[in-house]
Ligand binder design. Sequence first.
Ligand code: PBG
Length: 332
Amino acid sequence: MKPTVAPFPTTRLRRMRQSPALRRLARENTLTVDDLIWPVFVMDGKDDETPVASMPGVTRKTIDRVVKAAKEAHALGIPAICIFPYTDMAARTEDCALAWSPDNISNQAIRAIKDAVPEIAVMTDIALDPYNINGHDGFVEDGEIVNDRTVDALVKMAIAQAEAGADILGPSDMMDGRIAAIRAALESGGHQNVTILSYTAKYASSFYGPFRDAVGASSALTGDKKTYQMDPGNSDEALRLVERDLNEGADMVMVKPGMPYLDICRRVKDSFGVPTYAYQVSGEYAMVQAAAQNGWLDHDAVMLESLLCFKRAGCDGILTYFAPAVAKILNN
Ligand code: PBG
């Protein structure tokens, strides 16, 4: 359908922009608290939190504090919280065995949240990097990040998280074949209602820097992730990955990072019409915070605009560190 535009002055597009009331009536997309998934960092200890220097306003929290945060998030109407673990350097190994331990910090946090606030959906991260001595998302053999042996480990991780009570599993590792393997294990393990939000089009991006500080992976990482994460120059490949992950049993797909990749979000939504999410990553958050702290940008206005634009690009929801701050504004 082609929009009809009669010549000026019959058509004056400014007529519909003249007042808040008309602008509200004509608005095509809106941001609501229903669109938010809040990523949080969990660490060992009790009643404590430490700031992440490159992410002003974000802290790593002990489990009791994460539970408190989950209660606050639920009270604000945020539907989901996503857990990322900070693992002590000494606990990271080459075999990554802690990744599928039922008692690792993530699985403890999942249990504690589902116990205290069962209504909030808990999302997880499936990748070996928080547990891997070399900071990679997969096992490293002779300098190569090996695929199939990693997938076996990811399946064990997924099952441990499902058993802890996770609602949404988030494989973020970009190995091939992991969605099919995880889905099959969930089905045969009695976890048929556990959902998978696949990090489907995850790019090898420099915007993850502050996150790697937050989880202590920056110093651990040897080399880069370009042999498994996507090339930022590619777009058609994202569609192949989405089709593949949907065929393998993903319920939802994600594009990551967010704002520089809105074209990918739009293509994914238009091509498949499935639940589509974007991750407004740590570097995007850090840029806004840094500029706002300098008085160069209006924090709240830019936060709201950046998140609304994900909706316009076709996303059903956004993982964002701004979630509680934006929810407070939207609720007023
Ligand atoms: C790791 C993982 C990363 C992020 C989410 N899960 C970092 C990476 O791939 O190196 C990045 C999130 C962010 O930057 O906010 N599997």
